[in-house]
Design a binder for this molecule. Sequence first.
Ligand code: FES
Ligand SMILES: [Fe+2]
Length: 374
Amino acid sequence: MNQISPAMADTASATRQPDLRRVNANPDFWYPVAWSSDVPKGKTVGVSYAGMPIALVRPEEGGVFALYDRCPHRQVPLSKGLVKGQTVRCCYHGWAFGRSGRCIDVPYLGKGKLPNGVRTFPVREAGGLIFIFPGDPEKADTVPFPKLAQTDNPAYKTKHFSPRVNCHYTFMHENLMDMNHQFLHRRQMGQIKARFLGQDRGEDFIEARYSFMRSAGQQPLAERLIFGKHKDLQGKEQPIEEVVTIRTEYPYQTLRIVDKDGDLIMDLWVAYVPQDKDQRETLSFGLLSVLRPQTPLLIDVIWPALGWFTNRIFLEDKEIVEMEQAAWDEVGHDRNVEIFPVVRALRELLIRCGCPQDVKQQTAATQPEAETTA
Ligand code: FES
Ligand SMILES: [Fe+2]
């Protein structure tokens, strides 16, 4: 049996790369921060990106805008304020801030010079999500906006989910990319083996393709209703019935399942959004599009079963990635022994595209700058 060499045993030092768990997410991308339905007209809601408080404001007329969520007067969250016309009024003394972040009214100031305003963030809304661009706003127009599963395709029904997980976002990328961990899900899915079919990679992406073979146990009901019944081969080599493609295209991740006829039957899109300054807490936003079966309404019948099934699997993954984070916290550095080439390449990609913590970030993601209106 092949031994793991000492050099392989510590991938971080072997390649002289920064510790993956000390690599911040790159803020120069579009990140979802809330569901559209959570920010109704005339309301403001506080969200977060990597420790940066952000107030999302949806006036009665016009789109959402995003401001740094601290009033320059006494640092009270503007998201506790009142939306009036195209402004949000701080709940304390009523200073009003508009879309541009400028302070446009101080109720008791009279004719005096208006004080500083607050930083704004570019905003886009799509697929039921509100996105902000936390990095350099100059780049917002040129950085590509992601394709959000099949949210714009009526042939699919899309499920929304946004679980909070207490770990660095990179554990989430590794967990989904690595289909060799089906062992963990044996109680939910029966004994299935992933067959690695190949990979593809580029400067900012990596994808791995797998098919699955059931070696024992029953096919779960939700899976059977969506994919149809798989042949029962009792552990014999099984023909490839579906191909699962998992892709990290920085900073997003997708999982697509194509059936034996070449139809895309499931399309999952996920973004992992760091919440705290140390990026140890992640809010995942997921869109899971499922091709509607021929029989009308069948999708609505199986929907709860699918939700239950995916949630059970997710809870197993959540427990694992949080244990991985706890182990990292214990020793304070990454001691992983990674032997699967796809995950090794993924780790390099996340380092290459991310922002190692010791490198001073140019963006204002951690250092908000107030804009002056004088
Ligand atoms: S703290 Fe916001 S107006 Fe005074
Ligand atoms: Fe999993």
